[in-house]
Design a protein around this ligand. Sequence first.
Ligand code: SF4
Length: 269
Amino acid sequence: MAVSRNGLASVCNTLPPMKSGDSKGRLWMPEGRKLPVIECFGPTIQGEGLMAGQKTHFLRLGGCGYRCSWCDTLYAVLPEQVKANRTMMTPEEIVRQLGALPPAKWVTLTGGDPAMHDLSELASALTEGGFKICIETQGQFWKTWMSRLNVVTVSPKPPSSGMADKTDFSVLNRYGFAQELCVKIVVFDDDDYEWGNLVFRRFMATGMKNVSYYMTPGTSQGSNEQIQHRVELRLKWLFEKAARDPDFDDRIKIIPQLHVLAWGDRKGV
Ligand code: SF4
């Protein structure tokens, strides 16, 4: 979707409502209190957004209502792969598994889209276990238990994903209930850049507190060397584009996915 900056408000206002409660999501709803765990690993270093550079464990849950064209975690998205890869675990089992890893204070809940599940019990169990919690979501849902988490990172998906028309600002407005909010937009091209700025301005206009804004150059598929080279080129392009743009808001920071520069697309790091 190409948009001009002059049409910011009108474009945001006309974005069609997302179909929340996607019935496909029910494929991965918990069996009883159990959650579909795809990966549980750490400690490692968070590579992006507000938490970049932070030592953390990662808990990856299966299922997502989106199908982004460049998704790099389809093994945690596609129903057949989720069923093949998941281990159904209770919140207590998850906390025990995390506790058996070398120590880290933070747990990052990721996916897929972890927000499609009811994680209220898991949030309580993790907090009682002494962990601080960050969640990464694309913004399809806001759940009341998310306001109990230490950091919420929401990453609405830009035009290059093919999912931008699912963005629903009536849902995103509720992210103002987060204790600490990070809004992150992945950028592959000019349209993504324009769209990302629209989204940032929309958030800024709400007057939400404790919000930080990040743009991240997108990561393409390929060998590790190709991936890292493309990230470097896209980062240079994005740096130069934003630096030349007099309307680029200085509350927005641009950082690459540091874990991609370090490890390429390796899983479990
Ligand atoms: S929202 Fe994230 S996990 Fe879901 S399809 Fe898009 S990139 Fe993949």
